[in-house]
Design a protein. Sequence first.
Lengths: 113, 333
Amino acid sequence: MIRVIIGGVLIFAGLFVLGIATIGIFRFSTMLNRIHVAAKCDTLGALLVLSGLIVLSGFNVFSLKLALVIVFLWLCNPAASHLVARAEVKTNPNLEQICDFLDMTGEGEIKEC
Amino acid sequence: MNEELRRIWKSFFDWVMGNGPRPENEVIPPEPPPDLPFTRKPKDKYSRFHEATLKERYNQWLEIHGLHLFSVLYAGLSVLTCIVIVSLLLATVAELPPFGHERNPANNEVIRRYVEHGGHETGAQNIVAGLILDYRAFDTFGESAVLFTAAVSVLMLLGASRRNRAESELQPHTYEIGRNFLQRGPPSLGHHVFRRDDTILHSVANLSIPVILMMGCVVVINGHLSPGGGFSGGAILSTALILAANAYGFERVHEFFNERTFIISSSTALMIYALSKGYSFFTGANHIHSIIPKGTIGNILSGGLILPLNLCVGLIVAGTLYGFYALFSEGDM
């Protein structure tokens, strides 16, 4: 019973976060903002939903597989978001108009990211 | 001597193309104003009592109202088409038999045969693998051949443009002369510049590529025991190759997988597939005892020809998918 309650709370928290991510993708206007919302909320929401499923199923091979899915998602989701953001910074010519540049190089010029 | 010849040739070329020195008293006619698109020209009336014929009046009316009428008609017709198609499809769906009902026409003796005798006739635990790689193996052979043919034709087309480019780069002199007149830049190679110092992509690729490769191999080899098989396992293997190409650059992948490797492995796999399956179909159709053992169901070495056929299909699919990616993004493999 306690296991069902904990699992349900985790799953619903994850669904809440994923719903916020969906709203945010439609609400934000620029690409980089949307990546920000999608990447963070997807990572957290998937973690919450999958850990809820792990709690529900107990300690067996199935939950081990779910844990591996969590590891894989946490490995791939940030990297994929990073690559999408890099492509956006590299290819968008109007980037200065929509966001402030954080000057990382000290040269005042970002050629390629 | 060579310089002189080149100078004479260049002045001759200038003269032919009309770019030479002009005489001082040459009169250059003023350029007529360009015809702007989508503007209406004033009609010149030939006589004072010009009577517009019916056709002319129709044309005038069309010129004024035509675009509006067309857009209204277009919107109305598209809505009408959508409604007709959606209602037709919904009516068709309503006519379909219910899902999973035992009286369905799809639930016939073929299904019963596969489910009841599939295990001991093909030796595969996964009925789907036994179906597509034993009962209907020539169908799968055709699918693999289609994939291979598509990859080879893309390779031929892009390879032809690559050869042309190499030939034009071999003759810099004629190219220089042509460049003066056509004002064309050098042909863009279209190659991406992959940055090798992307630390995030690098470390993720280092961690995940071995796992993905192992997963792909497991899916291919266990095709007759568990869900999966040659197509899905080959797709997983090709994602590992594509990830490696993106993280470490295409040159690193070229070292072990290039055009030659792809052609050799894919055609060998196709030929092994055709020969072994042809043998199996020939002996089966003529009631000759086949030398291929079925094995016990559930072992890794069971299912007769299904395991080697899965390997062949996996090789073809992996090579083809990676080949498409490499060809369309890089231009060669």
